[in-house]
Design a protein around this ligand. Structure first.
Ligand code: CMC
Length: 440
């Protein structure tokens, strides 16, 4: 996997002056191919004795990367230079996986070989089924995913040596290939149905639908429109730069942990409602609002600074404009509902009305809060019959390729070190230990 040449080099510097002492320190200014300039503060502590404070990393670049680019002000998302809109319309998920992992779109033969490899890694070790049976029947599928994906490192010892590029690639293929199988098994376990084996004659998204909705006692015919919609959902979630779960994967990876453990860490991080769990939370929110007439009252709660209620599926750390993925999904919503001959989907009507009202409300306009990818994805998934508890699982399934591509990039990046932020200590100063007999 060739690493793109660094675009960072620049002769510009930034000088910081300590107003207290008058001392100055100079720092290089870096520039990527796209995006704003970046101050390289790696020598800050050595030069000044200070370090920086940036909770939530709102102004911190943790890595250089050649995979994904976001311009949050313009609502642009590019994977390896290709726009998400074009990929969603013209490409398919397998091709996007290849692009993310290898840096270029595959030619016909490369695509066939890649799909063949992924298809022939979709089965999981048979003993994993017993691992599943250890979970309570009412376990949340994301809890199952965290456990089972972490456990893959106990099953595939021949692909955990991270210093071997071949093992890293096999682990990458295994993760992309087995995630739909594991996700479908998590669902089947929760509804008490038999696990379905993957079918090698089906494409990636269709195979997932087969394993999720099929049963062994009859043939399941995959609806091509639904398979296409699912494939598109996978494309839209494939990667998103240094978000919380990807940064979690990178942080775990920076310690030298094996890829299965790192991806399990990413799944755990994705689960939260501020991140991938938002798609599930959006449906809960729409259910709570229930009717158009309650939108204003709900938004009043959202805007009340003393009330913790958030408008789920709205807002983004980087996008201060419409999330381009949400635009594609909104269109897909209509296509899927039409195919399913659902004339009126009250949840979609409610979501669109909510969006219209929010986008003309000063609270949201001033804060540049727009719908994000999670606002519409749940509505499509629900129309396709996917239970709410599986929404975040599907996000994890699709994001696995992004995580693993970013993990590979990290391992090959000679500038990377173990991730280890600092802190501002606000606890007690040094004090004497008091024996328990003398404590009050
Ligand atoms: N509803 C109400 N107010 C909001 C929302 C929201 N959804 N999002 C942000 N704000 C307010 C926030 O309270 C703050 O107001 P103020 O300046 O008065 O304190 C202002 O907007 C700026 O927000 P922030 O908290 O500084 O933004 P952030 O970058 O820290 O948080 C976010 C980003 C995505 C965590 C947040 O917008 C949020 O929690 N949204 C709802 C959950 C959601 O939809 N998450 C999915 C994100 S996209 C997919 C993914 O990454 O998984």
């Amino acid at each position: 996997m060739a690493k793109a040449p660094s675009q960072k080099g620049s002769n510009e510097t930034v000088t910081l002056t300590d107003n207290a002492t008058g001392k100055t320190a100079e720092f290089p200014l870096l520039k990527g191919r796209l995006g704003p300039k970046v101050i390289d503060i790696r020598s800050l502590y050595a030069q000044t004795g200070y370090f920086t404070y940036d909770p939530g990393y709102t102004a911190t670049g943790s890595t250089e990367s050649s995979i994904t680019y976001i311009d949050g002000d313009k609502g642009v998302l590019l994977h390896r230079g290709y726009s998400i809109e074009e990929l969603a319309e013209k490409s398919d998920y397998m091709e996007v996986c290849y692009l993310l992992l290898k840096g270029e779109l595959p030619n016909k033969q490369q695509k066939e070989e890649f799909e063949h490899t992924i298809t022939h890694h979709t089965m999981v070790h048979e003993q994993l089924t017993q691992f599943f049976r250890g979970f309570r029947r009412d376990a949340h599928p994301m809890a199952i995913m965290c456990g089972v994906v972490g456990a893959l490192s106990a099953f595939y010892h021949d692909s955990t040596d991270i210093s071997d590029p071949q093992q890293r690639m096999v682990a990458s293929y295994r993760l992309v290939a087995k995630m739909p199988t594991i996700a479908a098994m998590a669902y089947k376990f929760s509804v008490g149905q038999p696990f379905m084996y993957p079918r090698n004659d089906l494409k990636y998204a269709a195979n997932f639908l087969h394993m999720m909705f099929g049963v062994p006692c009859e043939d399941y015919e995959v609806n091509p429109v639904l398979a296409k919609a699912m494939d598109r959902i996978f494309i839209l979630h494939a990667d998103h730069e240094q978000n919380a779960s990807t940064s979690t994967v990178r942080l775990a990876g920076s310690t030298g942990a094996n890829p299965f453990a790192c991806i399990a860490a990413g799944i755990a991080s994705l689960w939260g409602p501020a991140h991938g769990g938002a798609n599930e939370a959006v449906l809960a929110m729409l259910g709570e609002i229930g009717d158009r007439k309650n939108i204003k009252g709900y938004l009043a709660r959202v805007k009340d600074r003393k009330d913790p209620t958030m408008l789920m599926g709205f807002g983004h750390r980087v996008y201060k404009n419409y999330d381009p993925r949400a635009k594609v999904l909104q269109k897909s919503c209509h296509a899927v509902l039409k195919e399913l001959k659902i004339k009126n989907e009250p949840l979609l009507d409610l979501a669109m009305e909510l969006e219209n009202i929010a986008l003309s409300d000063n609270y949201f306009v001033e804060r540049k809060l727009f719908p994000n990818v999670d606002f519409y994805s749940g509505i499509i998934l629900k129309a396709m019959g996917v239970p709410t508890s599986m929404f975040t699982v599907l996000f994890a399934l699709a994001r696995t390729v992004g995580w693993i591509a970013q993990w590979n990039e990290l391992i090959e990046d000679t500038e990377q070190k173990i991730g280890r932020p600092r802190q501002i200590y606000t606890g007690k100063g040094r004090r004497k230990y008091v024996p328990i007999s003398k404590r009050r």
